[in-house]
Write a protein that binds this ligand. Sequence first.
Ligand SMILES: [Fe+2]
Length: 312
Amino acid sequence: MLETFDASRLKSAGPTTLSDVLEHGRIIYFPESPVPLPTPEDITFLREELPARLKRKNVSYYPEAQRLVGLASEGDIAERTHRILRGHSRRVTDFLSGAMPGFVKGWSVGTSSFRPLQERGRKLKAHASNELIHVDAGAYGATHGDRILRFFINLHPTEERRWATRGTFEELYHRYGETAGVAPAAGSDHPLRPGVPGRMYSSLLRGMSRLGLRMARVIDTSPYDRVMRRFHNFMKDTPEFQASREGYEEFGFPPFSAWMVLTDTVSHACLSGQYALVDTFLIRLSSCRHPTIAPYHLLQHPPAPPSRREAA
Ligand SMILES: [Fe+2]
């Protein structure tokens, strides 16, 4: 599941090497972050000042709106946090644009977040819990089949960030698609393209968003996003799914390492860890080189044995 890119392997990677690995449902692990970290003083500031000032579970910078959300205080603390996350968002964006130029074409650059709290034992409601294995559904409203890419850095000085997985979307759809009620009946396909009213609704919201009502987009939905949400909820709500060790793997990301993954494709749970930077991007399905193994295409047909279990 983990594909390690140290500095020399990264240097020799071609323009589609990393994205092919991601599309095949692997997590790309960088023992050394390829993105420069904030300064040591800024990292200490994030770790020491933010946990006590949280209004939400994370502090997030929205580059489109140039807004910082999730912090209870204003003034110097908010300004410094804003500056740190804005700079980090730019550096991650620059790295990904250089490393995967075709894959990021037409993408949406989402939030740059700092996660200040210990993930273990947070006792969040099941649907909000990171400790339960799931695939991500929706990001900033409907995705319409576009892919959710996340780039992480562990900023804890000594503690690794522990993750678990139960495999790829393709494997889980094959195993649980029918039970979860997300698969079309055998012998029939399940078109996920929205009908005319759905398409009109989405384009109206996109227009409102462009006109300045940026948050209009978050209430958008689509048949694809509703099915993904159902699968996400099935995973988190089903104790047998969480308890099963079929395809189960655990790994730890050491302090200051980085990793990236398509979180709509790779099932994941964060078991423990504190202080992480997480950047989110929406990659267009039309920029993918292997769209037939994307959830959007898989969900339109009854589950079949996974085409490939190994990465490209
Ligand atoms: Fe997730």
